[in-house]
Design a protein around this ligand. Structure first.
Ligand code: BGC
Length: 885
């Protein structure tokens, strides 16, 4: 035995500790090759305020090995996180299930309201080795309207009163707070604050619904905002769509639910001794008018800073001059959780330039078109009035031009100028204003001051607002115009996502159904939007009439049941659920809407026994040629019936499945009998829309497909390789070409930079998509419309070749068919689906193409390369192919 001197002994110890630490680090890095990750409940990460009695739990695998897959799984749900992490569950334990599914619907003990549940998933990998996820959670909300303790309160003033009301209450806690949740439901919009600070970072909550049929509430964890002892709650209410005071052609002001804004609040405090106290909205609240002297979701907000009441939402504030509140009826009896990605100020856009017109007029340019708000920071004399006029374009003299967006506004006087915030300064140092209850579509802000003022670029900032849905896809190519179109498409998509999909963020803010189903694939390839669409389909169910009819805009105050609501628009009832099913592999939305799709289809069937229908608007805003309305509407009718038949089969409704398959065949036959020339392989008068829509929606007999496609290609070439379609045609034209052997031509059309094309807009400086092909169109020329946005999906489908497989939806099997189009040197698309990241990348090299693809774990792909007749099956993993062309 060797003797080590003391000093060396110490050194030995240090080395030992070091080695041990290294080993521990190594162990923690050497994570199992397969781990379940990305746990979501109702498609949200660790959500609060879940009302679903059987929430959906989903996860992914982190496993980069080739052929990675899940062979089995097991689930634990319990109320004790430590127990759950140890594999013990007091609420639901789902024993080992020999399935590769990554979505499981809760089926344990009845979930209780106000309860945090922890869950964990164990997954067995391809070799049968199990590994555990870390613990995730979801917390239930009120679950039932009966659980509300608060009262609906309001300030009791008239719908016409303009200023927005404040509400406040103080309370004292005597015990130590363990946790606290605020639940707030509103008719109108709210901003909630505790002890002087706004709760959360949502904007424009709650989202627009048919308030008299469904009212949303929002849950917050407010533990850190409460203090032991005295506390103050403040609520500021805005009008939103609930009390629409501005007047436009859609009669928002006549909505049946219209009333002075109201809210109900439960602040549920759990103390460390386990007891619970709920502070509620009720008679002991006080109210006063706020400095927001006018607010309209549609037009703007006016704010008089001289009326500010500093500290109104803090404890020491003296509210002796404030009024008592009044009790109000709830807007509806159906108060449900808003379990969706909220609207936020997502992106900060500094002004790019400022132009001084004179001492009192300045024009700001953000450099891009957005939906959202501007914030101004200024110093000036008390009473100085600033008017901030927002617009998408400028007149030649440099002043803002609203003539493309105020067309449907019908003001009754001059007090409510369109998209113009009014800010009256208090004169107390530097002051900031950003509207609370409004958003706009704009690139330019013209600031007019009642007194000469000094403004610089930094005084104004733009905020891009939208439903803050996670990004799910990315496209990159060798063609900068193509990339810019993709970016512009996403900008327009997001500008039109505010808890429901809209047509444009300025002129209308309407939930136009047609625009939304055209853009659904673009939306889903690029963003994780399921929560918004599930909410919007609930809006559909609220609006559907007993005879199946839906309005053309959803939600609506009543407008749209008479105009624009044929199947070419309101097929959202079938198309949105079907696409959600394809992209997520989750059939809940189909099941939830099954009877609604059926009622809708049955109505058309009753009205149109021949199988053809002329109900609709047709190929809206065409370049020059318009196909017959009966042609396009009957195609959408056929599509809905086909979706219904497939859904019936999926849900095990065999009778319906047979019935509706037969109806689909009948419509197809009637359609082809009337419009198809079997000799020539042409439809109707051979327009681009007429030739492309039957191909894409599956009405062309197999044996005639290539003939019809050849006719389409010829037609496009005769149109100088440019589009001649409207809204419904844009959905089909590029796909019809690339899916039927003409992908080079599709690319030519998609990448044009001359009129009419998407690239023409880009060449003229567009950062969003427009509503009309000519830039100088005299009407229908909003500069932020998503309705021509299918091109964003086409990139993924045709160039990247990534498509969901209807037989194994949710990209469980990816249909991969990239097209290496002439004229493009490389292209890359990634889509983060339910199983993980799918990547499809190709690059030209020499005479061929190098194609790389990544298939996420627990999924497969069917790859069809252009040079081979047969397709091949790929397991999870990354592959590279050298393709000779
Ligand atoms: C909207 C469109 C909509 C159309 C229907 C327009 O005013 O902006 O996007 O689909 O009306 O007719």
């Amino acid at each position: 035995m060797t003797f080590l001197p003391r000093t060396n002994n110490a050194a030995f110890l240090i080395v030992l500790i070091f080695v041990e630490a290294l080993f521990a680090t190594f162990q923690s890095y050497a994570a199992p090759p397969c781990t379940p990750v990305g746990l979501t409940c109702e498609h949200l990460l660790n959500p609060l305020g879940i009302d679903a009695p059987a929430p959906r739990l989903s996860w992914r695998l982190d496993d980069t090995r080739k052929g990675a897959k899940q062979t089995a799984y097991q689930l634990y749900v319990g109320t004790d996180s430590v127990e759950v992490s140890r594999g013990k569950a007091n609420v639901w334990q789902l024993g080992k299930v020999m399935l590769d599914t990554q979505l499981s619907t809760y089926a344990g003990k009845t979930l209780q309201p106000f309860t945090k549940y922890y869950w964990r998933i164990d997954a067995w990998d391809k070799d049968g080795k199990p590994s555990a996820s870390s613990v995730a959670s979801f917390e239930t909300g009120l679950m039932n309207s009966k659980n509300w303790q608060g009262s609906w309160i309001s300030d009791g003033t008239d719908v016409a009163l303009k200023p927005a009301p404040y509400f406040r209450k103080t309370f004292e806690t005597t015990k130590k707070i363990k946790s606290a949740r605020a639940y707030i439901a509103a008719g109108g919009l709210y901003e909630l604050s505790l002890n002087g600070k706004k709760v959360g970072n949502h904007r424009l909550d709650p989202m627009y619904t048919r308030f008299d049929r469904r009212t949303l509430y929002v849950a917050y964890d407010v533990t850190s905002q409460l203090q032991n002892g005295k506390n103050a709650i403040g609520v500021l209410l805005g009008n939103g769509w609930y009390n629409h005071q501005s007047t436009a052609v859609w009669f928002f002001d006549k909505a049946p639910w219209r009333a002075r804004p109201t809210f109900c609040l439960d602040l549920r405090i759990t103390y460390t001794d386990g007891s619970v106290e709920t502070i509620t909205s009720g008679k002991d609240w006080k109210t006063a008018l706020s400095p927001i002297i006018f607010n309209s979701i549609y037009t703007a907000e006016h704010y008089d800073a001289r009326l500010e009441q500093p500290g109104w939402n803090t404890v020491p504030f003296d509210d002796s001059k404030w009024k008592d509140i009044i009790y109000r009826a709830a807007p509806s009896t159906n108060i449900v959780a808003q379990a969706v990605h909220p609207i936020r100020n997502v992106e900060t856009i500094p002004a790019r330039s400022i132009t001084k017109i004179n001492d009192t007029v300045f024009v700001y340019d953000l450099g891009r078109t957005i939906a959202g708000v501007s914030q101004i920071r200024v110093k000036g004399l008390a009473g100085t009035t600033l008017r901030l006029k927002h617009a998408e374009r400028l007149y030649k003299n440099g002043r803002v031009d609203q003539s493309n967006i105020d067309a449907h506004y019908r003001p009754t006087d001059t007090t409510d100028p369109f998209q113009t915030d009014i800010f009256i300064l208090s004169g107390k140092g530097e002051e900031t204003f950003m509207p609370h209850f409004n958003y706009k579509g704009f690139q330019y802000v013209e600031v007019t001051s009642s007194h000469p003022i000094e403004l610089v670029k930094e005084n104004l900032t733009g905020y891009f607002m939208h439903s803050d849905v996670p990004v799910a896809g990315q496209v990159k190519s060798a063609n900068p115009t193509l990339d810019k179109i993709w970016w512009a498409t996403n900008n327009s998509y997001l500008s039109n996502l505010f808890g429901y999909p809209t047509d444009c963020p300025q002129r209308e803010k309407n939930g136009w159904t047609g625009d939304a189903h055209i853009a659904i694939e673009t939306g889903l390839y690029n963003f994780d939007g399921i929560t918004i669409y599930e909410k919007w389909l609930a809006d559909h169910r609220d609006e559907q009439q007993p005879n199946g009819v839906l309005p053309s805009i959803i939600p609506t105050g009543g407008w749209g049941y008479e105009w624009g609501n044929g199947p070419d628009w309101t097929s959202t009832i079938a198309l949105i659920p079907w696409n959600i099913y394809l992209f997520y592999g989750d059939n809940k939305i189909l099941a939830d809407n099954y009877n609604n799709i059926k009622r809708y289809v049955d109505h058309i069937n009753e009205q149109s026994p021949s199988g053809l229908t002329s109900w609709g608007l047709g190929d809206w805003v065409p370049v020059k040629s318009k196909s017959p309305v009966e042609f396009t509407s009957s195609i959408y009718y056929f599509t809905d019936v086909s979706i219904l038949a497939k859904t019936a089969k999926l849900l095990g409704k065999q009778g319906d499945s047979g019935l509706y398959s037969a109806l689909a065949t009948k419509i197809k036959n009637a359609f082809n009998a009337k419009y198809l020339n079997k000799e020539t392989g042409s439809y109707g008068s051979g327009l681009q829309t007429e030739l492309s829509t039957p191909l894409v929606w599956g009405l062309v007999p197999d044996e005639l497909k290539s003939k019809v496609a050849a006719n389409l290609a010829k037609r496009v070439e005769e149109d100088n390789n440019h589009i001649d379609v409207g809204l419904l045609g844009t959905k089909a034209i590029l796909n019809a070409l690339s899916e039927n052997g003409h992908s080079d031509l599709a690319y030519k059309v998609a990448s044009q930079e001359t009129f009419p094309s998407w690239g023409w807009w880009i060449a003229n400086g567009a950062t969003t998509l427009y509503e009309n092909w000519p830039i100088d169109a005299k009407s229908d020329i909003s500069m932020n419309h998503i309705m021509f946005g299918e091109i964003g999906a086409w990139y993924y489908k045709a160039l990247g070749g990534i498509k969901p497989d209807p037989m194994q939806p949710g990209f469980k099997n990816v249909l991969l068919e990239p097209h290496f189009v002439t004229g493009l040197d490389h292209f890359e698309a990634t889509h983060n689906g339910p199983q993980g990241m799918i990547r499809s990348l190709w690059k030209r090299s020499g005479k061929g193409v190098t194609y790389s693809v990544t298939i996420p774990p627990n999924s497969t792909a069917t790859l069809k390369l252009p040079n081979s007749a047969a397709s091949q099956k790929l397991q999870a993993g990354t592959y590279q192919f050298d393709v000779t062309l």
